[in-house]
Structures are given as structure tokens and as C-alpha cells.
Design a protein around this ligand. Structure first.
Ligand code: SF4
Length: 83
């Protein structure tokens, strides 16, 4: 079940305080924080957890590197011009 590790806690270097796995696995609009593998790999087999509970597409979207702001802006302009 997806809640099996929710009681585990670690220190979040981004937010600056301890938090539970439940937050990390759902921090991105219900999908995992993109740092999930980096933060949790020493605690339990988090990669296997992700593969069990999320589709490949969801994992790929979570782990994709953030787009540079200029690239995102150009895509938004292109979409606006096309509509
Ligand atoms: S997975 Fe994200 S929210 Fe959770 S501890 Fe790591 S950086 Fe913080």
C-alpha cells in the first residue's frame, strides 16, 4: 500500500526542517518530489516504491530536469501564437 512508509521522517535540505515521507511522495500535485530518490535511497528501496505506485510516464515527468526559464517562456509564446 502506498502509505507503508508514511511514518518515516527525514530532514529536508530544501525546506529546512524534518518532514514525513507522505509529503515527499505527493509534493508535486500528488506526484513525488523530484528529489525523492536522492533523499530517500538510504532509508528504504525508494526506486522500487516509485515503480510500484507510479507509472513510467509519471516517474519520467517527475524526474525530468526543470526547463530553463527562457525555454519555458518561448514555448508559452509559441502556444499563444498558435491559439
Ligand atoms: S524528497 Fe523533496 S520534499 Fe522530501 S526531503 Fe527531499 S527535497 Fe524535501
Amino acid at each position: 500500500m502506498i502509505e507503508e512508509h508514511d511514518s518515516k521522517e527525514i530532514y529536508c535540505r530544501i525546506l529546512g526542517h524534518h518532514l514525513g515521507f507522505k509529503y515527499c511522495r505527493s509534493a508535486a500535485n500528488g506526484l513525488p518530489c523530484r528529489k525523492l530518490p536522492d533523499c530517500w535511497f538510504e532509508v528504504f528501496p525508494v526506486q522500487a516504491f516509485m515503480e510500484k505506485h507510479f507509472s513510467k510516464e509519471e516517474i519520467d515527468s517527475v524526474l525530468a530536469p526543470p526547463k530553463p526559464k527562457l525555454s519555458s517562456l518561448l514555448e508559452a509564446i509559441k502556444r499563444a501564437q498558435e491559439s
